[in-house]
Design a protein around this ligand. Structure first.
Ligand code: CA
Length: 216
């Protein structure tokens, strides 16, 4: 899952990006509304965290431009006192909002719920042979035994598991699992796939040359 955070307070932006990367998301960042709008339209994010008060153009304008083209889930950050912002934001198509200052764990939980709702995911558990993927706790078991995956390995498994039976191209995986700072020319993806295979079985993820990867 790849996220965009648009936030002009450097400390908050850094803290959010770090926390969400720890959760296994690929995270892009923007520090003003113009850059945020550009990235939001350019890339198909799984969700966007959008501050209201931003330099150049404000969050509401970014949201309006986005909603004219895309339904990417958006969580808006507003000032606690600005009730009218919340109402206006929700009316314009924000999916949720959080008032500043907020607890970062609440943002994590709301984001997870938002992505889940937008994916139309009805169940927490995806069962694939002996492998059980729990998308709520972000954990995996094999034959009932917990398997330790890194957050990034888990992100790959979840992405493919949610699209089980479908061939997912390398391009799509790079777009959703890696952020703008990671080198897509390197073999990061192959490394991650081979580590997952070591842990969950060689057949768990299949490769079709020139097409991509699939959990059959
Ligand atoms: Ca701000």
């Amino acid at each position: 899952m790849r996220l965009l955070i648009v936030e002009d307070e450097p400390d908050l932006l850094r803290a959010l990006a770090r926390a969400l990367r720890e959760d296994g998301y690929a995270v892009d960042t923007a520090e003003d509304g113009e850059d945020g709008r550009f990235k939001a339209l350019e890339c198909d994010y799984d969700a966007i965290v959008l501050d209201w008060m931003l330099p150049v153009i404000n969050g509401l304008e970014v949201l309006k431009a986005l909603r004219a083209k895309k339904q990417t889930p958006v969580l808006m950050l507003t000032a606690r006192t600005a009730v009218n912002h919340r109402i206006e934001g929700l009316n314009t198509g924000a999916d949720d909002y959080l008032a500043k200052p907020f607890d970062i764990n609440e943002l994590r939980a709301r984001l997870r719920a938002l992505i889940r709702r937008s994916g139309g995911q009805a169940r927490d558990q995806i069962v694939i042979g002996g492998v059980n993927v729990d998308t709520w706790s972000k954990s995996v078991t094999l034959s009932g035994e917990p398997v330790v995956l890194t957050a990034r390995e888990y992100a790959l498994v979840e992405y493919l598991a949610l699209r089980r039976g479908k061939m997912v191209s390398r391009t799509e995986l790079y777009e959703h699992l890696f952020d703008e700072n990671e080198d897509s020319l390197s073999n990061l993806l192959d490394v991650r796939v081979s580590l997952v295979r070591k842990k969950l079985g060689a057949e768990f993820i299949q490769t079709r040359r020139g097409q991509g990867y699939c959990i059959p």
